[in-house]
Write a protein that binds this ligand. Sequence first.
Ligand SMILES: O=C(CO)COP(=O)(O)O
Length: 126
Amino acid sequence: MAERQKIALIAHDKMKDEMAAFARRHQTYLAGWQIVATGTTGGRVQEACPTLDVIRMKSGPLGGDQQIGAMIAQEEVAMLIFFVDPLTPMPHDVDVKALMRLAILYDTPMALNRATADRLLPVIAE
Ligand SMILES: O=C(CO)COP(=O)(O)O
């Protein structure tokens, strides 16, 4: 079984500022982990924290959520941090749901908002 050496970061469009601020705030915890992110989120995180090792997948609506779901199914992901926009309907809603289902199935710690992510990341990443 592959070791869970990745932390996955995903944020919907209206949540990207919050994700960039989150990554900056927790940069010391994230350093040393392989960060995987959907395309646009990864770009924002890399810009906010140039020293982090960020691997960018496709953008969410183009399959990025599914790519990260596959990593979860391979048991490579130690934690999923997904800042979901609860107010905007999205064309790839089924992909979002599938990603969350895999995180539940593979018992992957998953933070869907800032309050949870702030508390959980230090415990998992230290
Ligand atoms: O849509 C997303 C997650 O469902 C995020 O994708 P981007 O990071 O490419 O915007």
